[in-house]
Design a protein around this ligand. Sequence first.
Ligand code: NAD
Length: 514
Amino acid sequence: MPTATTSLTQEVQQLLDALGVPAAAYTQGDLVVHSPITGEEIARVTQTTDQDAAAAITTAQQAFTAWRTTPAPRRGELVRILGEELRAELPNLGRLVTIENGKLLSEGFGEVQEMIDICGFAAGLSRQLAGLTLPSERPGHRMMESWHPLGVVGVISAFNFPVAVWSWNAALALVCGNAVVWKPSEKTPLTALATQAIFERAAKKFGDVPEGLCALLTGGQNLGQMLVDSPQIPLVSATGSTAMGRAVAPRLAARFARAILELGGNNAAIVCPSADLDLALRAVAFSAMGTAGQRCTTLRRLIVHESIYDTLVERLRKVFLSVGVGDPRESNTLVGPLIDQNAFSAMQSALKEARSAGGTVTGGERVSVEDTSNQAFYVRPALVEMPAQTAVVQRETFAPILYVLKYRDLDEAIALQNDVPQGLSSSIFTLNLQEAECFLSASGSDCGIANVNVGTSGAEIGGAFGGEKETGGGRESGSDSWKQYMRRATNTINYSTHLPLAQGVRFEIDTPIA
Ligand code: NAD
C-alpha cells in the first residue's frame, strides 16, 4: 500500500511490480507516460520496433493455426481463468487505470469489473457458438451453418477505456478461436503492459496456450497502421476518434479486411414534460460530467421541453457549479482531470466558438488543484445554453461540455437528436409510453444505443455496443457480436442416393460404366 510519502512514480512501480510487469519494460524506453492527476512523468515505456511487431503478427498467425483446433469450451476455459486472474488483480489494475487515465477510482475499478464480466460472458459463450440448421428444398438434403475462427484479430484502442476495450475484443476473439494482437493508446501503455502480464499468468495456468496467442505492441500510430495493412490480419477492431476511423477504414476496405469501428459519439438526451426530474437530473449529471466528459457515450447535448426548461437548467447549473473537481483518488471528487493539454485547449476553443454562436456558458474554466504541476488540467464542467444546434454542437469535443437546447414538440426533439453526423448513444426521459415508444421506433433515435429513463453512458457488457453513422457501425461485447469474430460457412449435405438440383434445374448426363 502506498504511504503518505510515496510519490506517484513509486506507487506506479509498486503496482506494476505487483502486477508482474518487469521494470525494464517501463523505465528505459522513449515513450514517456504522464499521469493526468499531477501531470508528472511516471514511466518511460519501451516501444515495439516495426521488426518486432511484424514478428509478433507472424507468431500470432502460427498460434492461431493451433488454437483454432482447440475445442471452443476449452478455449473458454482460458478466458475463464483470465477472468479469475483479473478478479484477483482488480484493486491493483483498477488503481493503475486511475493513475494512468485520471478516471475516478470507482470507475477504474469498474473498468476492471467490466473485463471480468466479459470474461464470464465469453466463457459461457464458448459452449454456444451455434449455427442454424435450415430446411433444404431438396429431398434427402440438409443445410446448416458452421462458424469457424477467422485468424489474427488486430485491436487498436483509445486512452479513455485503456483496458476494457481490449477485453471486449480479446475475450470474444479467443473463445471464437482467434489470436489477438493489441495496439493500445500511446497515452496508456502501462495498463496495457499490466493486462498483458495478467494474460500471460492465465495462459501459464491454462497450460498449453500456443506461444504468442495474445501479443502487445506498445507505441504510436505506426504500429496501428501495421495492423491495418497486414494481410495476415483479417479483422481489425479499432476504437478511437472518427478521424482515426477515416484513416483506417479505406485501407481495410482496400484489402477486403473486416473492420469493427467504434468511433466518436455526440450523444443526446431528450427531457419531456412528464419526466421524473430528480431522476433525469442525476442521470444527466453522471452522463455529462462523469469521467470528466471523456467517454464515447458522454452526454453532450440536452434537449429539454420548453415547459420545464427553466426549472431543469437552473437545477443543473447549481450542480455544475458545485460538483467536486479534483484528484480522482479522493472520495469527494466526481470530476477528475482531462487527459492532457490538447484536451484542455480543444475544450476552451469549443467554448469560445459556442459563445460566438450565441451560447451562454456556465463553468468551463480551469480549476487549480493542490499538489499538481501546471501540466495537470482540471476544469469545471461547462453547461452551455445554445440558441440552435450550431456547428460546434454538431462536433464531438472530448471534454465535459453539455450543450442545452429547447424544444416544443417531440418530432422536433427527435429531429434535433438525429441531426448530427454521429450515432452512438441517446436517451429519453419521460413517463409517457407514447413518447418512449416513438423514441425507440424506426422513426425515433437513429443511434446504436437508445435508452429510456437511463443516461447515455454506462452500458453493460450483455448488450451489443456501438453506433451508427460516423460512429462507425461496429458492435462489440454482448448479444451476438461474437459473429464478427468468426466466418460463416453454409453447408449442404446430401444423405440420399439422388442428385436433385436446386430451383428444379435439370442437368442429366449419361453415367459411363467404368
Ligand atoms: P485516437 O483516435 O486519437 O486514438 C485511438 C487509437 O488509434 C490509438 O491507439 C492511436 O494510436 C490509434 N491511431 C490513431 N490514428 C491511427 C491511424 N491512422 N492508424 C492506426 N491507428 C491509429 O482516440 P483517443 O483520443 O485515444 O480516444 C478518444 C476518441 O475515441 C473519442 O473520439 C471517443 O469518442 C472515441 N471512443 C469511441 C468508443 C466507441 O466505442 N465508440 C470508445 C472509446 C473511445
